[in-house]
Design a binder for this molecule. Structure first.
Ligand code: FAD
Length: 396
């Protein structure tokens, strides 16, 4: 599928370009390309920008109109993401809600939950954090030990979550809890609860990361409360809900990553030329490999999308699921290689602490922050297990 020439999309693309040209100016132009899913740099400015996007009707594009969305087609969403990346607009801060919780509520939530939460997400009035992982439960999520028990009209929650992305910016957390302590089956007796942060029973402590930022947090629940209608899906039936959310994290959320990586590859090539590093054939070869990798990602993404848009083109379910699993693994490992290359090109400069937005610090950030990409959203080893078992059909 060539999204650049589809005539019905050309007008939509022009509208996006015009809007971005008109609005990505002034203080917002200063934060072009700033931030990532693991970087809360320039948070306030990015938050203001996201409100601007929401007011312009560009958030929750594919969501139903009654919940503040635009009812856009998948093709339109893809065009938007490409234009957004082309303009180097700031990395979005509401991804947890817009890409993960929102679609989960649309699929599994009650009408009341959808009416209560979705419009506030697209208006950027409430931020969300994902409370799945615990100190003893990450890849093996069914082993979570955070508990919730009924007390009148409330659930009362005790336990600890960790690595909650943007947790200290969150107004609400979606928390995987064990609600049936007697369940003998690990995947049963779990529920997904929506929990307000602003209450005495919740404490959120930011954690400092490798790059010196603190975009994630640990969250403590000590008699925290939420009302009984704040369960997403069935009580005790949280597992399929959480698996669907993780599926979104490993699939749909990858497109923006490929797009920003295209820009980073281009920047790395420019830096290499500027610093004379292209005289080294080993650097030239690594740059070529990075360029090829990002174009493989682009082609694979377009194949996934064209399958989804045009089911007659192939066997959408199987082919897209396979491609998404492979992409998570490929994208995260290739991004790490690019971070290493960008830092090597900087030479000694890459070892110095430098100004926030200098090329050297951009390279340092890419190098350091990309370490986490083979961990969050499913580790590289877990992705290899998925690819070998579900894609290649190998034995466990
Ligand atoms: C930057 C960042 C942001 C995050 N954001 C969030 C968030 O917002 N919300 C949230 O809930 N969590 C978040 N996480 C947590 C993330 O989901 C977990 O770190 C991840 O699932 C791995 O779990 P773990 O850290 O407990 O490692 P473990 O599961 O203990 O794994 C340790 C090692 O063992 C390997 N391993 C484990 N099981 C297997 C297996 N079956 N086969 C082969 N190898 C295996 C792993 O690959 C890994 O190398 C984030 C993590 C990071 C780094």
């Amino acid at each position: 599928m060539d999204i650049d020439i589809a005539p019905q999309l050309a007008e939509f693309r022009e509208e996006i370009r015009r809007w971005l040209d008109d609005h990505l100016v002034g203080e917002f132009a200063q934060i072009r390309g700033v931030g990532s899913p693991t970087d809360d740099a320039a948070w306030e400015a990015r938050l203001a920008w996201e409100k601007e996007l929401g007011a312009g009707g560009w958030l929750g594009l594919g969501w139903p109109r009654e919940y503040g969305g635009r009812g856009a087609s998948l093709a339109e969403e893809v065009v938007f993401e490409y234009e957004y990346a082309r303009a180097a607009a700031p990395a979005r801060v509401g991804t947890q809600a817009l890409e993960l919780l929102g679609p989960t509520l649309i699929r599994f939530g009650t009408d009341r939950q959808r009416e209560r939460f979705l419009p506030k997400i697209v208006a950027v009035e409430e931020m969300w954090g994902q409370g799945f992982s615990e100190p003893g439960s990450g890849s093996d999520l069914a082993s979570v030990s955070t508990r919730a028990r009924r007390d009148g009209d409330d659930w009362v929650i005790d336990g600890q979550k960790i690595w909650t992305t943007f947790g200290h910016h969150a107004d609400w957390l979606y928390v995987l809890c064990r609600t049936d302590p007697d369940s003998t089956l690990r995947h049963k007796g779990l529920s997904l609860l929506l929990v307000p942060v602003d209450q005495p029973g919740v404490e959120v402590r930011p954690i400092r990361n490798l790059a010196g930022g603190s975009e994630f947090s640990e969250c403590y629940f000590d008699g925290a409360r939420t009302s009984t209608d704040m369960v997403v899906g069935e009580v005790g039936g949280g597992w399929p809900v959480v698996m669907a959310t993780l599926g979104m994290e490993r699939g749909a959320a990858l497109m923006p990553m490929q797009l920003s990586m295209e820009r980073e590859v281009q920047e790395t090539i420019t830096q290499a030329s500027k610093l004379g590093a292209t005289a080294d054939p080993r650097i030239r070869r690594r740059l070529t490999d990075a360029y090829i990798a990002v174009h493989l990602m682009r082609s694979t993404n377009l194949r996934i999308v064209s399958d989804l848009i045009d089911p007659d083109a192939g066997v959408p379910g199987a082919r897209s699921a396979a491609a998404a699993a492979i992409m998570k693994l490929f994208a995260s490992t290739e991004h790490q290689k690019l971070g290493e290359l960008a830092l090597d090109i900087q030479g000694d400069l890459g070892l110095l602490e430098s100004d926030e937005f200098s090329p050297a610090s951009n390279a340092q950030k890419m190098f350091l922050l990309s370490r986490a990409e083979t961990i969050y959203g499913g580790t590289a080893e877990i992705q290899r297990n998925i690819v070998s078992e579900r894609v290649l059909g190998l034995p466990r």
